[in-house]
Design a protein. Structure first.
Length: 382
């Protein structure tokens, strides 16, 4: 799933969260009256692109939608991206070099290659299913510089080689074979009243943690601060301006001066301050967008094409409608209209006028008192 979180909008009493449906080519509401600024979308699967937007609303109207936020979910049918966060130990051990990187959610295995600077040749691949490799081959103990690159693989293909990282052994270093730190997991960033908080899970054997950050457009991460092992959190004032996106990573360090690979990045975004738009118009000016007769064609696969019509009219802020299928008797329904929105809803009925195309609408009907079958169609106004 996808965990979504955003900053509160001034004056918002609830939020409408939408995800784009590529099959229907339209936005679909996941929540219409969400009271929280957090939501977990467990319905989206792996191996796809999910795109989200959110807006706030209250009794006076509806605010602008947020910027569109895409999330790429990895999977076995998408070729893995290039390995990120490659880190190689430098003099931490006498007889081995540790190689670590960030796990790719779509990778099934990794291939490690080593370049020996004294022999001038590559060795490998050394294959592993974990985002780390312990290289204790004989050439490594010489103390010469070794270079490593890693490729990720799944059934859809193999990533490109990552830029090599370099390391070496130190004959006076420790030889303990179990001093191997994993990258921190569960890193989560949150923002409250311009105060940023970073949390993560403990790493076995860690003595301290190192915090790194960068703005989205920056090429490299910068070291921020080290944190004692028992703390497992870091706080600071948000370092950027409204509209900036920052990425944070965490790595672990041990008493033997071993440093883990960095964690997966945690993102935090400071929304530009917006107040809800108080749309100034007469109610009947907006209801004109819905009033009239709307028609669509439907075919059930047996009886041939049938015309479906919806007739809408207004009275004191409420709407009344008649739903017809072919020559069958009309079925009445009614509901309330929320001023400032581009849709009308009642139990099991939803109509949304397509922005920029006032005579086109998208209608969803699941109420059996209105229609004997579910309706998910585009309608045109006569």
């Amino acid at each position: 799933g996808v965990q979504l979180e955003w900053l509160p909008a001034n004056g918002a009493q609830a939020y409408r969260l939408e995800r784009y449906d590529y099959d229907r080519m339209q936005w679909v509401a996941l929540q219409n009256a969400l009271r929280s600024t957090r939501f977990r979308d467990a319905s989206v699967g792996s191996d796809r692109l999910a795109v989200y937007r959110v807006c706030g609303h209250n009794q006076q109207g509806t605010g602008e939608y947020s910027v569109v936020y895409p999330v790429r979910l990895g999977g076995p049918h998408v070729r893995p991206g290039n390995v990120q966060g490659l880190a190689v130990s430098r003099g931490s051990f006498a007889d081995k070099i540790t190689v670590r990187w960030q796990a790719d959610p779509g990778a099934q295995r990794y291939h490690v290659f080593r370049f020996d600077s004294t022999r001038g040749r590559w060795s490998g691949p050394f294959t592993t299913t974990q985002p780390e490799y312990l290289d204790n081959a004989e050439p490594v103990a010489s103390g010469a510089w070794m270079s490593y690159t890693v490729l990720a693989e799944n059934q859809a293909g193999t990533s490109d080689p990552v830029r090599p990282a370099h390391g070496f052994t130190n004959r006076s270093g420790p030889r303990a074979a179990d001093d191997f730190l994993a990258a921190p997991d569960g890193v989560h960033a949150s923002l409250n009243a311009n105060q940023l908080r970073l949390d993560w899970k403990a790493v076995t054997g860690a003595r301290e943690y190192f915090i790194f950050r960068k703005r989205e457009q920056d090429a490299e991460y910068s070291f921020v601060q080290n944190v004692p092992a028992g703390q497992l959190q870091f706080t600071e004032s948000f370092p950027g301006q409204a509209g900036d996106l920052y990425l944070y990573r965490v790595s672990a360090g041990s008493d033997a001066q071993t440093v883990s690979a960095t964690s997966l990045p945690a993102a935090v975004f400071q929304n530009p301050e917006r107040t809800l738009v108080r749309r100034r118009f007469l109610l009947e000016d907006r209801t004109d967008r819905f009033e009239g007769t709307w028609t669509a064609l439907d075919w059930d696969g047996e009886t041939g094409p049938r015309e479906i019509s919806i007739e809408l009219e207004w009275s004191d802020g409420s709407f009344g409608g008649l739903f017809r299928v072919g020559d069958l008797p009309a079925r009445p329904f009614s509901g309330e209209y929320v001023q400032g929105s581009n849709l009308i809803e009642t139990e099991g009925f939803r109509m949304e006028v397509v922005p920029g195309r006032e005579d086109e609408s998208l209608v969803d009907i699941t109420n059996r008192r209105i229609s004997p079958q579910d309706v998910h169609l585009a309608f045109l106004r006569d």
